[in-house]
Design a protein around this ligand. Structure first.
Ligand SMILES: [Zn+2]
Length: 242
């Protein structure tokens, strides 16, 4: 299991790394789970959390966004851990119905996949519906400040995507970027690419040195900076010729 530590004593465990990453933030004040993976990761996730023999319960489940591969097990985890589910206000409109629209593709192949996905819709990409216990409306949201965590909105991959800033050192960013490739963080799916790049800029304004994505390994500040500059330039050129 991968672990990252902050100077303030928070530890971030990657408790599941199947199709999507699930993180557990263990702070001196308590434990927070971030995302839940898809249905096939439920048993492994439950086992891994149990094996950690946490001295304090998991009090919050924060979802970076509510695509099926991140929130499928949310309702079950809440029942199991008796925790509160926290999501963005925009996502609350979807979770009550158990389906959050598939994001648009950013490459020609994923544009086709997204189109097919949207046609299939809830049947494959739905999840057990749930009502959140808390919605994030303001930004930055400081309701988790006692844990050393600040929540900011980082839209682009989806309109309601949020990121967690832990002790101003490490960020958990959902699908705002991808950690699969060596020198690229550009996600294959995003509803609004311009907005996503602006969110990268917003994340860079934080003092974080590492960015933990929903898929793949950690992204360094240097790589994010490089990608931000490259894609901002591209967008500037595109806006000039449009
Ligand atoms: Zn997603």
């Amino acid at each position: 299991m991968r672990i990252w530590k902050t100077k303030n004593g928070s530890e971030i465990f990657r408790v599941s790394a199947g199709r999507s990453n699930v993180y557990l933030i263990s702070t001196p004040r308590g434990n927070i789970l971030v995302d839940t993976g898809w249905k096939y990761s439920f048993d492994g996730l439950r086992k891994n959390i149990r094996a950690m023999a946490l001295s304090k319960p998991v009090s919050l489940l924060i979802l970076t966004h509510t695509h099926f591969d991140h929130c499928y097990n949310a309702a079950m985890i809440r029942q199991l851990e008796n925790c509160k589910i926290v999501i963005s206000e925009q996502d609350a409109t979807f979770t009550r119905n158990g389906y959050t629209p598939i994001p648009a593709g950013t490459l020609s192949v994923t544009r086709i996949l997204s189109h097919i996905g949207k046609m299939i819709g809830k049947k494959w990409f739905g999840y057990p519906p749930f009502n959140p216990d808390q919605v994030i409306k303001e930004e930055p949201d400081l309701s988790t400040e006692e844990y050393g965590i600040k929540i900011i909105s980082t839209p682009g991959h989806s309109p309601g995507s949020i990121s967690l800033i832990i002790d101003n050192e490490i960020a958990i960013v959902g699908d705002a970027m991808l950690g699969i490739f060596f020198n690229s963080i550009f996600p294959p799916f995003a509803d609004d690419v311009n907005e996503m790049i602006r969110s990268w800029g917003k994340l860079l304004k934080m003092d974080c040195r590492l960015f933990l994505p929903g898929h793949g390994g950690a992204v360094t500040r240097e790589l994010l900076q490089r990608e931000y500059e490259k894609y901002s330039r591209k967008q500037d050129i595109l806006s000039l010729i449009q």
